[in-house]
Design a protein around this ligand. Structure first.
Ligand code: ASP
Length: 598
């Protein structure tokens, strides 16, 4: 790796072919064994680890320096590579056939005792890890994640570059772009009382680039959304954002396939079969109860309403006559005891159902269930046939409004069937999204940003609640990796869509007048997408949390324990930008921090 005066080789690069070479290494003491005589250290640098032997007879360093070496001291070694003695070869380590016999040792920088061990053998409190992230980054797992992230971004850039995309940066101090989340605001000093927003995405700028004739744009873009944190969400995150002119949906999905194939191949040395399967949003909801199905396993949701059309079982007949449905999944041979089945009932209720009917198929084909006695023989038979049930299978059935039924069964399906980890990768395109999501109370909220083209404007105007849009998502193992759409390129259609979305003429003119105006100057049809890079890499690395992939993430509560952000600022600084903090907004923990003795 290195070849300079301070170091000639990367520690992790040395192999038998280097035997006999004189090397200068520099890095950190990752492990050390000092039995009073010969000292062995594992010297780690960015390239890996090699064993170094410090024999006081060959290494004329003062005793106190030799024996004073401690973990994570930053040191330089001059020495010679030699084969490890027979019987001590470590085949698990890439450098395991060699060691470096040190002739000179210099301590470049000592280290205080560490707040936690870096050898990966212990579970460390995340708060501590983030407070000392610079030490955490020295741990193998985190270092490997950083490398994977860099590799993924490089692969993406290569695909974009080969496709003739222009990398363009867009501003991060902007007027707010609606992506459905809360904006992070930045006060303006020069125009006091006015605020910039940090971009939720470069959406409008990339559309302006299309109007500007760029035709193929991409950016590795930082985005900010002031949302509640979850395992796969941070307030700032990174997208691969791209857009193309004279494009429809298929052009975007083709590019996405190339990206997915390249990134997976570079990160995991695996081949993703193309085409990546496509599923309509309606099918996804009907069969998996979610718009981001995990298709690594079956357990499809099946409509059983027909089976119970004449049922005398009140719980089902009541729901059906009220316009709801009865649906179920065959969860396979779960082999759960009564307590396990009861726990599923509790999960279903927590997920919003009034209850859950479970049935277990006995060896003789009969159905064991608390409700079996209320159902006719024909109904029991039909349940088995419709759900293709075999002896040993557990069947889970919910009756309620279709929305609740699908949602609950979708969650139960994941709970009982989802494979652990991410060994298998199941990518999926979900297409034909509706324009609106229907809320629990029947209200409509836009499913995508308002620049998304409707499939058919007349349909949108006549029946907005069922109208489809030209929006699509990329899903991996049940997680949404990103979304995109064909955009509106006609100012009249854009104004109409603002209207339908409940953005009044005045507000539209005030906030997006410039968009409407820009669309009037020969806007090309265009479409695009944005992939969440942190999310994608975390799944490909089998990491449960995107914080493992972000170099300097924030905690669950949005804080950075290392640098202390967010922090209070001087009154003078606030005065300069014309901002005054109301005393009562200081939260309890800030007050507690101010007066720790109280
Ligand atoms: N701006 C959208 C987002 O961040 C992606 C897109 O429509 O291209 O989700």
């Amino acid at each position: 790796m290195a070849s300079g005066q301070m170091k000639t080789h990367g520690a992790g690069t040395l192999r038998s072919a280097d035997d006999g070479s004189d090397v200068i290494l520099a890095g950190w003491v990752a492990r050390r064994r000092d039995h009073g005589g010969v000292i062995f250290i594992d010297l780690r640098d960015a390239s890996g680890v090699v064993q170094v032997v410090l024999n006081p007879e060959d290494t004329p360093a003062p005793e106190d320096v030799l024996h004073g070496l401690r973990l994570e001291f930053c040191v330089q070694i001059k020495g010679t590579v030699r084969p490890r003695p027979e019987g001590t070869v470590n085949s698990e380590l890439p450098t395991g056939a060699v060691e470096v016999s040190a002739a000179e040792l210099s301590v470049l920088s000592p280290s205080e005792p560490l707040p936690f061990p870096l050898d990966g053998r212990t579970d460390i409190d995340e708060g501590k890890r983030l407070e000392y992230r610079y030490l955490d980054l020295r741990r193998q797992r985190v270092a490997d994640n950083l490398k994977a992230r860099s590799k993924a971004i490089r692969a993406m850039r290569e695909v974009m570059d080969e496709g003739g995309f222009l990398e363009v940066e867009t501003p991060t101090l902007i007027a707010s772009t609606p992506e459905g989340a809360r904006d992070m605001l930045v006060p303006s000093r020069l125009r006091q009382g006015h605020f910039y927003a940090l971009p939720q995405s470069p959406q409008l700028f990339k559309q302006l680039l299309m109007i500007g004739g760029v035709e193929r744009y991409y950016q590795v873009a930082r985005c900010y959304r002031d949302e509640d944190f979850r395992a796969d969400r941070q307030i700032e995150f990174t997208q691969l954002d791209f857009e193309g002119s004279f494009w429809g949906q298929d052009d975007v999905l083709d590019v996405l396939e190339s990206i997915v194939v390249r990134v997976v191949s570079d990160l995991r040395d695996e081949t993703i079969e193309t085409p990546i399967p496509r599923m309509t949003h309606a099918d996804a909801m009907e069969r998996y109860g979610t718009d981001k199905p995990d298709i690594r396993f079956g357990m499809n949701i099946t409509n059983l309403s027909e089976v119970f059309s004449d049922t005398e079982f009140n719980a089902f007949s009541g729901v059906l006559s009220g316009g709801g449905s009865v649906r179920g999944i065959n969860a396979g041979a779960l082999g759960l005891a009564r307590s396990g089945l009861d726990a599923l009932v509790t999960s279903a209720i927590e997920a919003g159902a009034k209850g859950l009917v479970w049935m277990v198929v006995e060896e003789d084909g009969s159905l064991r269930s608390p409700v079996a006695k209320f159902l006719a023989d024909g109904e029991l038979e039909s349940i088995k046939t419709t759900l293709e049930a075999e002896p040993g299978d557990t069947l889970l059935i919910v009756a309620d409004s279709s929305k609740v039924v699908l949602d609950v069964l979708g969650q139960l399906r994941l709970q009982v069937g989802r494979p652990e980890g991410h060994d298998e990768l199941a990518f999926l395109f979900v297409v034909d999204f509706p324009v609106f999501d229907v809320d629990d109370d029947g209200g409509l909220s836009p499913a995508h940003h308002p620049f998304t083209a409707p499939a058919d404007l007349t349909e949108l105007l006549e029946s907005p609640e069922t109208a489809l849009s030209k929006a699509y998502d990329l899903v991996l193992n049940g997680t949404e990796l990103g979304s995109g759409s064909v955009r509106i390129h006609d100012p009249v259609m854009q104004a109409t869509v603002f209207d339908v979305m409940g953005i009044s003429r005045d507000v539209a003119e005030d906030r997006f007048g410039w968009v409407l105006e820009a669309l009037r100057y020969g806007t090309p049809p265009h479409a695009g997408f944005a992939i969440g890079i942190d999310r994608m890499v975390s799944i490909l690395r089998g990491e449960p949390n995107i914080r493992e992939i972000i170099p300097f993430p924030k905690t669950q509560s949005g804080a950075d324990p290392l640098t202390g952000s967010p922090s209070r600022v001087d009154d003078a600084q606030l005065e300069e930008i014309g901002v005054r903090v109301a005393p009562d907004v200081l939260t309890a923990w800030e007050k507690a921090e101010e007066s720790p003795d109280d």
